[in-house]
Design a protein around this ligand. Structure first.
Ligand code: PLP
Length: 459
């Protein structure tokens, strides 16, 4: 039923609405623009809601918008590299470097030894090459950009074909699909083998005068078992070398320390291993297992790296001073042997279940009460970020059931906090996985849980 009085209601003036809204952290210009748009939308409605409803509706839009501002949050999902939650948090050294480089001038492209123009990223690229056991290395915006630069550079008018096994035509996360990347680069995909089996001979027969590159793509986010097979990197490298065709491997995650040393049973190929087996170039992400800023790292033969650096497309993909300074600090931590202690991704992977248990126990004791049932539970953390799908890392959770709220309502209240807390619902509990929550966040977590549980509506 349409309320007859609604036909007579008028849309309030912008100024009047602005005076009645509660403040948010939004800039005034943003608030005015949202209010105008929302009031404009009312004109299209058949009946106008009453004044209080209009104000409440607009207030909600403002709050949602303010909440969408990038802000830190507490990750209780147990997914260590969560692309939606910003992948790898940076190590302390990288954060310090970021702050210092951000607020001052720097020698980004200035050679302090001779007072002339210097090479951007020269320091970090030297050390990255060392870390990857490569002749040379370079950085771009992300691993997708690395692949685009490599493929665009190595394919040309007369050599367009990129040979890829059908078992490696993968999709990573949202919108990154190997065949589509190739197409966007103007390359022609030459598929070889089948989904489950590809032989060295399949590669050999596909090579022609149109072949530009042989591309190996690490099956980072899925695994195949059963009747499967693919030639080794060495076999493909030998073929590529004999035919003088560049051989590139997209590693995706790129662990530079063997993952077994970090508490993960599965072995992720390292850039050094793949280069040693004969690949000419490898590329991987800076913000997956490497645990640095968003970047794409390319390592391999210096002749190819030098040529990539001179490609005009590189100018559009190069990293800025902030990324380079964070990368430089992270790479140095690896070379100094302190990465497993300081790089959060590695530290998170390597934390023992006992340590997590003690923290979970303290949290449970601190919040247990009439408003909530809290228990320590166990769960499996995941590496995430399209990495090591088989690796399940035993973890500890805080399992919660609030008395007066549904799990969905409780989850929403936690997301509304500052900082927001993100967990997941399973087996009738709201769960917070301790592995991805930093010990320094425990006090804040307890404070927020207590504050939600002491809200009048729950009493
Ligand atoms: C994650 C991934 C990429 C994309 O990396 P970004 O740094 O997100 O661009 C490319 N290839 C593989 C194999 C990956 O796992």
């Amino acid at each position: 039923m349409i309320d007859p009085s609604s036909k007579l209601r008028r849309i309030p003036a912008v100024g009047k609405v602005l005076r009645e809204l509660n403040p948010t952290a939004l800039p005034n210009a943003t608030v005015v623009s949202i209010v105008r748009r929302e009031l404009g939308d009312l004109k299209k409605r058949e009946c106008i809601p009453d004044h209080g409803e209009i104000i409440a509706g607009i207030q909600k839009v403002l709050i949602d918008r303010a909440r969408s501002r990038i802000q830190p949050l507490i990750n209780g999902t147990g997914v260590i590299l969560h692309t939606n939650l910003g992948r790898a948090p940076l190590c302390g050294e990288a954060v310090e470097a970021l702050v210092r480089i951000a607020s001052d001038y720097s020698n980004l492209e200035y050679d302090l030894s001779n007072g002339c123009r210097g090479q951007r990223g020269g320091y970090v690229e030297y050390n990255l090459a060392l870390l990857c056991g490569a002749d040379a290395a370079m950085t771009v915006n992300n691993c997708a950009a690395a692949l685009v630069l490599i493929l665009r550079h190595l394919t040309g008018r007369d050599r367009k074909e990129v040979i890829v096994s059908r078992g490696q035509l993968i999709q990573i996360g949202g919108g990154f699909r190997i065949p589509e990347i190739l197409e966007a680069c103007g390359a022609r995909l030459r598929e070889v083998g089948t989904t489950n089996k590809t032989a060295a001979d399949d590669y050999a027969r596909a090579i022609s005068q149109n072949t530009a590159v042989i591309l190996n793509v690490h099956q980072s986010n899925f695994c195949m078992s059963g009747f499967v097979g693919a030639p080794s990197t060495q076999e493909i490298a030998a073929l590529a070398r004999a035919k003088r065709i560049p051989f590139v491997e997209d590693l995706g995650s790129g662990a530079v320390i063997p993952t077994e040393k970090c508490g993960v049973p599965e072995h992720e190929p390292t850039p050094a291993e793949i280069l040693q087996r004969g690949a000419d170039l490898v590329c991987f992400s800076g913000d997956k297992l490497f645990g640095g800023p968003q970047a794409g790292i390319i390592a391999g033969r210096s002749k190819l790296i030098t040529a990539l650096r001179k490609d005009p497309l590189f100018r559009a993909l190069r990293c800025d001073k902030l990324v380079l300074s964070a990368m430089q600090a992270t790479v140095d931590a690896y070379l100094n042997g302190t990465a497993r202690e300081s790089v959060p991704t590695l530290k998170t992977l390597g934390t023992s279940q006992d340590q997590l248990f003690d923290r979970a126990q303290k949290i449970v004791e601190a919040i247990q009460g009439a408003q909530i049932t809290a228990r320590v539970g166990t769960a499996d953390s995941q590496v995430g970020g399209g990495t090591m799908p088989k690796s399940i890392i035993p973890s500890v959770t805080v399992n919660l059931v609030p008395k007066a709220l549904s799990l969905t309502e409780f989850a929403a209240l936690l997301r509304e906090g500052i900082p927001p807390i993100v967990g997941y619902s399973a087996d009738g509990f709201f769960k917070l996985d301790m592995r991805t929550i930093f010990p320094r966040q425990d006090t804040e977590l307890i404070r927020q849980l207590r504050s939600i549980l002491s809200e009048p509506m729950l009493q």
